[in-house]
Design a protein around this ligand. Sequence first.
Ligand code: GRF
Length: 203
Amino acid sequence: MVKKRVAVLISGRGSNMAALIEAAKAADYPAEIALVVSNRAEAAGLAHARERGIATALIDHRKFGEDREAFERALDEMLRAHRIELICLAGFMRVLTPWFVARWSGRLINIHPALLPQFKGLDTHRRAIEAGTRRHGATVHFVVAEIDAGQIIAQESIEVHNDDTEAALAERVLEVEHRLYPRALRAVAEGRAKLGPSPADNA
Ligand code: GRF
């Protein structure tokens, strides 16, 4: 089996990255984690990946000031140098420009800690509790220029308890994320999940 070469982009803890690395160890998994890129030197996930013998790269966005595309061109060069075919965003805290998103269209996926289209953006667990939502969860989706709006690949939900705190809910959703992301990446790598035309293309 030829495995797809995957880069995971992180900014912090990297627990989803770790779950992808773990899943990709299986002989029948259709993807290998060939590169981990962080925009922050202090991201704990970088050390975790390094210890597992995975190539890592640091591209500090602050070096590029306001020039988002210059940062992304450096990122794009790095991805191409490693012959990357698919990108997984996993707690990557940079908004990507339409240029980068178009360049990797259909090959760029993200995990979001909510049941999209509910609770796009940040602080999803607090907002879910405040809204009195009964079910919450996680979504893996293709990335499009509009934030958290791309085609959904996989979702899994859990019940919100009456006495849930933001931290308790976040912890249970994170467990969901760690099984959902490997499953979704498998579907994309095997070609079972594909980005379709956007509604605007049909207008
Ligand atoms: C996860 O909750 C993910 O859904 C969100 O950011 C968090 C990253 O956590 N996008 P980790 O770095 O994977 O541990």
